[in-house]
Design a binder for this molecule. Structure first.
Ligand SMILES: Nc1ncnc2c1ncn2[C@@H]1O[C@H](COP(=O)(O)OP(=O)(O)OP(=O)(O)O)[C@@H](O)[C@H]1O
Length: 348
């Protein structure tokens, strides 16, 4: 069993709070992704799980053991870093074997274990090379091979793809997903890339400023963001967010009006909707305002308005033509709208 629990974990340096009350139960075999902007506390959380950073307050449990006071090497966790962390003077074979030597795995088992890991990361033909003789993608596969060689109970991966070019990132991402589904090892994966998070995760933890903002499946996070931060962080383009007033289910903002909203509250609210849920119309649109810009994307165009200070975008069909300042309308179905409290940012 490799259930991993973080119970009210805090990390403070003096008065600065790096991780604030992180409380989460990660299931055996789960692929959990920590997602958030730079500086939100993802790496610090990982380092506390690995034992590389002391916990200021709270407990970390691995299976039925509280591991706060265990050395990193005694936690049975493997970590893969963005920077690969390979030994330059060792061959691929020796790099992958390294954890077996550290952990005093009997020598006669090494060859079989290294070969098995090398096969899984497709490095059988490179075993005699040194890291300098490999591409970035191959180096990262060595790091992965080294992480899986001794079947740890938990994998920690800290932005393992961020040094790879876009194409390699996509294929290595698929490989990581495939590896994890074969190995069924509980995995915590850190990224600031929401596409990576959405494609890899069983569940995503969205963090900001040291705090968990939302925990959910990729679909839950995308379809029902818990607050304005999550709404604006997930999705490409990000969710459109407009300020206005809500009265008896009618939202009114500058250049935008939506009726039939299911909400009891009245007062200042933020209305959110995704570009893909709205469409350009000729009449009776919820938005009716002069446009701020129009961008040709090839297969479609993106029409953007400036509504009360917020930029709001909707896709238009390929043949759509308009000039800046032309009044253009868009239809937004009420059931595709999200409402947030403008003051707290929380979902209504
Ligand atoms: N040793 C330290 N002393 C003081 N503050 C630190 C220390 N290490 C990290 N921090 C601060 O803690 C916060 C969280 O850092 P962390 O590295 O966990 O962020 P992150 O989400 O992983 O960011 P990135 O994506 O840029 O790696 C940051 O504001 C950082 O400056």
């Amino acid at each position: 069993m490799a259930r991993l629990q973080l119970k009210n974990v805090n990390k403070r340096w003096g008065s600065f709070v790096g991780v604030d009350n992180f409380d989460l139960d990660i299931a055996d075999q789960e692929f959990l992704v920590l997602l958030g902007p730079s500086g939100c506390g993802k790496t610090t959380t990982m380092r506390m799980i690995a034992g590389l950073e002391e916990v200021s307050e709270g407990e970390i449990w691995l299976g039925d053991r509280m591991v706060n006071n265990l050395e990193p090497k005694d936690r049975d966790i493997s970590m893969v870093f963005q920077s690969y962390g390979l030994y330059p003077n060792l061959t691929v074979y020796e790099n992958i074997r390294f954890p077996l030597r550290v952990r005093l795995v009997p020598k006669e088992q090494h060859d079989e274990m290294v070969m098995r890991a090398a096969r899984m990361v497709e490095l059988e033909d490179f075993l005699d090379r040194r890291p300098a003789e490999l591409s970035g993608g191959q180096r990262q596969r060595v790091a992965l091979g080294r992480a899986i060689v001794r079947k740890p109970t938990v994998f920690l991966m800290d932005e393992p793809l961020s040094n790879l070019d876009a194409k390699l990132r996509v294929s290595t991402r698929a490989q990581i997903k495939n590896l994890q589904s074969k190995l069924k090892t509980t995995t915590v994966y850190v990224t600031h890339d929401q596409i990576e998070a959405m494609t890899l995760a069983d569940r995503v933890v969205v963090m900001n400023k040291g705090r968990i903002q939302q925990v959910g499946t990729p679909t839950e996070i995308y379809d029902t963001p818990a607050n304005v931060f999550v709404a604006s962080f997930i999705g490409s383009p990000a969710m459109n967010l407009v300020q206005g007033r809500l009265e008896k289910g009618v939202f009114q903002g500058q250049g935008i009006r939506v009726i039939g909203l299911r909400a009891d509250k009245s007062g200042n609210v933020t209305l959110g909707f995704r570009a893909e849920d709205a469409e350009i119309v000729k009449t009776d649109g919820n938005i009716s305002a002069p446009i701020y810009s129009i961008e040709l994307l090839g297969e479609a165009s993106m029409v953007t308005w400036r509504l009360g200070g917020a930029l709001v975008s909707v896709r238009a069909n390929k043949g759509f033509r308009a000039e800046i300042e032309d009044v253009v309308q868009a239809d937004i179905p009420a059931d595709a709208c999200h409402l947030f409290d403008t003051e707290t940012g929380e979902r209504l």
